[in-house]
Structure formats: structure tokens, C-alpha cells
Design a binder for this molecule. Structure first.
Ligand SMILES: Nc1ncnc2c1ncn2[C@@H]1O[C@H](COP(=O)(O)OP(=O)(O)OP(=O)(O)O)[C@@H](O)[C@H]1O
Ligand SMILES: [Mg+2]
Length: 345
């Protein structure tokens, strides 16, 4: 009969391919016991969407079955708690803004292609979640093309600071907002920074901003699969990413790249939103201005859901231009947010 020690030795050879350490060392193999030749243990993953989970389970199973007296292996899989994750990824410094923050869900909005309406969708997601009564923040991680403040604030405001860090600006409905634009002397000034500075700013927006307690933090990711978007996806503890696309096939193609980036970083895709999907004619007909939609097919290929299709609506542009986008209401968007809340979050 295999001893607990030999079982632990075997599990110490099962590596997490991403973190390059053994699942035992990482504290991912827990509650290990053997009964009647059956080894039981819990595999605690950093995310349930971990693409390596089958590989790690199979590796563990094979190594344990090779031990004398082991006839079966039963693995229960669960997600790590926030505290368990902190032991792996490191705890924030005491007395810092980060240590005082408590953010339940961090959701990135990404697209691949620019101009598909990612920032508008980020704002609309935030305002709808706020209307559901949640506490919500928006982190504008688009450092070189920040557009969130213009959409959400009718008047420019500079953030204040306290002993912990930078206080986000609050919108009329109480959404907390941080953007590089709020920190510039002149909001029309261009930010011509290179990669490392941009990465530093994004990390500061996480670590040095006093978000406090939030149910949702929506992150507007810079367009494309550039360095800056990679930094956002890598350095913020994202729970999910929402992909925004438009009906043009080019947009579909690049959103696949954004999806593949998310998959490589083990970030679950909560779904796809097709923006500017159609124009609603007064006669009631849907006009496919940018051609037929490929959104359902795209969602299927990426093994995710189509959260919704949004029409071209001139009031999105008009309200966005005047800093009043949080007053925009549409049934299509409300349905989409309900689906997002019901299915994944
Ligand atoms: N459904 C819509 N109907 C009409 N106009 C829209 C719609 N969605 C977005 N827009 C407008 O299209 C323009 C681009 O939108 P937005 O800035 O949200 O895109 P983006 O993907 O964030 O762009 P960028 O890549 O530059 O950051 C804006 O003027 C916005 O008001
Ligand atoms: Mg944008």
C-alpha cells in the first residue's frame, strides 16, 4: 500500500506548466488521503478556466497509478480562495491603497480592433451594473487614447489624494473612475509614452488608486494585442474578459487574436458583444450596414456565448460626446447585462 509520503512525492513531480512549480509546492494539491487503494485529493486551481487543468489531472493520475497498491485516483477540482491565491501571487504591501481595496470582480473589455465601441461598451456595462445597485469602478487602461472621462463626465475633474493613494473621480451616478486623462494638466495633451511607462501607469491604476470596496471594476483595455493590452491582461487580476466586435470580418479576425491572448493567459471569456450590428429603420426593418453578422459563428468558434448585438444608435455617440453616456438606456443593453450577470458572474 502506498504511503502518504510516496503520494506526496509523486504529486511533487506534477508541474503547473504556467507557474513552473509543482502542484504540491504551490499548494494546489490539497486534502490528500488514501483509502482502500484509492487516492483522493483536491486540485485547487487559480482559475476554473485553466486550460492546463486536464493535463495536470492526467499527469497526477498517471504518477499515482504507478505507485504500488494504488488502484484508482479521485480528483476533486475547485477554485482557490482569494487568500490561497495571494499566497501564490504575493500579498499587497500593508498600508498601501491596494491592501485597502476589496474588488470582487474585475472584468476587462477588449476588442483587438480599434474603434469598434469598446470604451462605449465599458461605460454602458458600468452604468447598467450601477443601475442594478452594484458599486462599480471603471479603470481606463487605454493610456494613449483615453476616452472614458469624456464619455462619463460633463466637467473635467482632477482626482484628489489621501494618505493611501489617489482617489478616483466619481460620476453623477457614483461610478468611480480613473484615467490618465484625469491626471494630465491639460486633458487634450497627447500621451507619447513608450511601453514601460505605460505599463507602470496601468499597474499604478491598480496598486495606487483607492478604489475601496467594489462589486465590479470594468477595465477598458487598449485596442489590439499590443504590449499595453498584454500588460493589462497580465498584471491585473482579471476574472473575465468581454470581447467587443463589429460585423466587419476584419473585426472578427482580430477579436480572435484577443481571444487567443486571453486563453494563453488563462482568463475566461465571459462572452462576445457585437456592436454597431445593424441600424433600425423607422419601418421596423434591420439594416445590416456593415454586412451580415458573423457574431454567432464567432462565439461558437471561441466556445463562448454571444451576449448581445447592439444597433447603431446616434444617441450613443451624442451622449458620449457630451459626457452624459451614463443616462443612455436601451433594452438591448439591459438584456445583455442580465445575461452576463446570470451566466457567469
Ligand atoms: N452602437 C453605436 N452606435 C453609434 N455610435 C457608436 C456606437 N458605439 C460606439 N459609437 C461611437 O463610435 C465611436 C467609437 O467608439 P468607442 O470610442 O467606444 O470605440 P473604441 O473601440 O473604444 O475606440 P478606440 O479603439 O479608439 O479606443 C465613438 O464616437 C462612439 O460614440
Ligand atoms: Mg476606446
Amino acid at each position: 500500500m502506498a504511503s502518504l509520503n510516496s503520494i506526496r512525492t509523486a504529486l511533487n513531480q506534477v508541474m503547473d506548466p504556467d507557474l513552473h512549480k509543482s502542484i504540491l509546492e504551490l499548494g494546489m494539491a490539497r486534502d490528500i488521503r488514501i483509502e482502500d487503494g484509492v487516492v483522493y485529493f483536491t486540485l485547487a486551481l487559480t482559475t476554473m478556466a485553466c486550460p492546463m487543468r486536464n493535463q495536470m489531472q492526467q499527469d497526477a493520475r498517471e504518477r499515482l497509478l504507478a505507485l504500488e497498491g494504488v488502484r484508482d485516483v479521485q480528483i476533486a477540482v475547485r477554485e482557490m480562495t482569494a487568500q490561497e491565491k495571494q499566497l501564490i501571487f504575493g500579498a499587497p504591501q500593508a498600508g498601501s491603497a491596494e491592501a485597502s481595496n476589496y474588488i470582487k470582480h474585475v472584468i476587462a473589455v477588449a476588442s483587438g480592433k480599434g474603434g469598434v465601441g469598446k470604451s462605449s461598451v465599458s461605460v454602458l456595462l458600468a452604468t447598467n451594473l450601477r443601475r442594478h445597485g452594484y458599486s462599480v469602478g471603471v479603470l481606463d487602461a487605454d493610456i494613449t487614447g483615453p476616452s472614458i472621462p469624456k464619455m462619463l463626465l460633463s466637467e473635467f475633474q482632477h482626482p484628489r489624494t489621501n494618505e493611501l493613494g489617489i482617489l478616483p473621480v466619481e460620476t453623477a451616478s457614483g461610478i468611480k473612475l480613473m484615467s490618465i486623462n484625469l491626471l494630465l494638466e491639460d486633458p487634450n495633451q497627447a500621451v507619447i509614452w513608450r511601453g514601460p511607462l505605460i505599463a507602470g501607469a496601468i499597474k499604478q491604476f491598480w496598486g495606487d488608486v483607492v478604489w475601496g470596496e467594489l462589486d465590479y471594476l470594468i477595465v477598458d483595455v487598449p485596442p489590439g494585442t499590443s504590449d499595453a493590452s498584454l500588460t493589462v491582461m497580465q498584471s491585473l487580476p482579471l476574472n473575465a474578459v468581454v470581447l467587443v466586435t463589429s460585423p466587419q470580418s476584419l473585426s472578427g479576425m482580430v477579436v480572435r487574436k484577443a481571444a487567443s491572448m486571453a486563453a494563453q493567459l488563462n482568463i475566461p471569456i465571459a462572452g462576445i458583444i457585437e456592436n454597431m450590428s445593424y441600424a433600425q429603420c423607422k419601418c421596423g426593418e434591420r439594416l445590416e450596414v456593415f454586412g451580415p453578422s458573423h457574431a454567432a459563428e464567432l462565439a461558437h468558434d471561441l466556445d463562448t456565448q454571444l451576449l448581445g448585438q447592439l444597433p447603431i444608435d446616434a444617441s450613443i455617440a451624442a451622449l458620449g460626446d457630451s459626457g452624459a453616456l451614463e443616462t443612455y438606456r436601451s433594452e438591448a443593453f439591459e438584456a445583455l447585462v442580465s445575461q452576463l450577470l446570470a451566466s457567469v458572474l
